[in-house]
Design a protein around this ligand. Structure first.
Ligand code: RNT
Ligand code: ZN
Length: 416
């Protein structure tokens, strides 16, 4: 049977439960995912020695990581050629591209330092998202936006302002809004004696950054919380309550990273609550294995549950980005697996008879609801996925891996 024939058979099967597969694949194509540039080089960036700080870690030393902008762009291209649909690229400020020997510190960054990324995105019809980089820097060794050292705090406030201007430049140049996400690693290893003052300083720093004029219809500012980090196990300044309140009060996006909560908390469960009070919510989808480990996103229960909430609550209200960095495997494969899995999870959700399931819940028909949800798990999602890949001209099933292997042999293995 051809992919098309299998799809047609699947379409009939889904039709019987009231699901239109044609609508599902059309909807899937409209959902952009922001692919994080930092999987390509273990969050190293282009500024210097690439040492990662801030309590986040990329472990492994698989050969062939991108060492410069050209290589990173080449690798992103390879990955995107194996991922169906049109997406976005998520950049960090540490990925500025300096030309003619010029190099500026993070408090002096300008749009021109990202011109090459804009050209890259334009040519490929991609959107760009952005992140100020508050780690991997000598001035970030203690604290950043919450610092007790006023000079340091000022430096990082200026960095935030630079990044707002760069984000607006992205949006203007590309004609698509740019999400600028703020995450800082500030916190304490041991139980603090003053929890309030660092948070008050963070609040003031954010106020100062956001005091510069910027076009809110072009730049969506998001704030990302965290429960703990390596080295800051006892207290993080930017906690969930801090940012949820800050975002609500200032009409910003709250960004939920599913590696940043207590292990039994579910980000899937948080989305509806956020959307009842804000127009949009932002996500970092990742896979935390026992801690905020940032493993590659799998087609697992957690991802599927997040995807169901995205689909059931209007996908256009959820700003979707991935956040993982695995240095122990081929980095392009990591991107492709993560992106395709996020899409598979979205497709899985699009292929559920969501209204019927909601009605069963509402009618308190929990026996039938459980039965149906379990039976639906073995419906032919794969046949629809393969057809989606076929019509979007990317390899089906594991077919893409041959291309990654070839690229590893021809390109990556030559990087020493
Ligand atoms: C860290 C946060 C943050 C970073 C990226 C690189 O715990 O998740 O989003 O992973 O900004
Ligand atoms: Zn994150």
């Amino acid at each position: 049977m051809t992919t098309k024939q299998r799809y047609e058979s699947a379409r009939e099967i889904y039709k019987r439960i009231g699901v239109d597969t044609d609508i599902a694949i059309k909807a899937l194509k409209e959902i952009p995912i922001s692919m994080h540039c930092w999987q390509g080089d273990d969050v190293a960036g282009f500024e210097g020695d690439g040492a990662l700080s801030g309590g986040i870690q990329a472990t492994g030393n698989y050969p062939g990581k991108a060492r410069n902008p050209e290589e990173l762009m080449e690798d992103i291209d390879k990955a995107l050629s194996l991922i169906p649909g049109v997406h976005r690229i998520n950049l960090h400020a540490s990925y500025a591209i300096f030309e003619d020997g010029e190099m500026v510190d993070r408090d002096k960054l300008e749009p021109k330092h990202f011109k090459k990324w804009v050209e890259f995105a334009k040519k490929r019809n991609l959107g760009l998202d952005f992140n100020p980089t508050y780690f991997s820097h000598t001035k970030a060794s203690n604290a950043t936006l919450s610092s007790e050292d006023e000079d340091l705090r000022k430096f990082w406030i200026e960095h935030g302002k630079c990044c707002l201007r760069i984000s607006e430049y992205f949006a203007t140049e590309l004609g698509k809004p740019c999400t600028m996400n703020i995450w800082i690693p500030d916190g304490f290893k041991d139980v603090p004696t003053d929890r309030m003052t660092p948070r008050a300083r963070l609040k003031d720093s954010l106020d100062q950054i956001l005091s510069i004029p910027y076009d809110k219809s072009k730049v969506y500012v998001a704030v990302e919380s965290k429960v703990f980090g390596i080295g800051v196990e006892s207290y993080t300044v930017g906690s969930h309550e801090f940012y949820m309140n800050y975002a609500a009060k200032n009409d910003l996006l709250c960004l939920l990273d599913n590696g940043h909560y207590h292990p039994t908390e579910s980000v899937a469960d948080k989305i509806s609550s956020m959307l009842l009070f804000s127009d949009k919510v932002a996500l970092h989808v990742t896979r935390p294995v026992r801690w905020d480990s940032d493993h590659v996103v799998l087609f697992d229960e957690e991802t599927k549950e997040i995807a169901k909430e995205i689909i059931r609550n209007d996908a256009s209200r959820v700003i979707l980005a991935l956040d993982f960095f695995d240095a122990s495997i081929n980095r392009i494969s990591a991107w492709v697996v993560g992106m395709r899995n996020m899409q598979k999870a979205l497709l899985n959700a699009l292929l559920l008879p969501n209204e019927r399931l909601a009605k069963l819940q509402n009618d308190r028909q929990f026996t039938e609801l459980m039965m149906l949800q379990e039976e639906l798990k073995l419906y032919p999602v794969g046949d629809v996925w393969n057809y989606f890949c076929e019509i979007n001209i990317v390899p089906q099933k594991e077919g893409w891996f041959e291309e990654v292997n070839k690229y590893e042999k021809d390109v990556l293995s030559k990087r020493n």
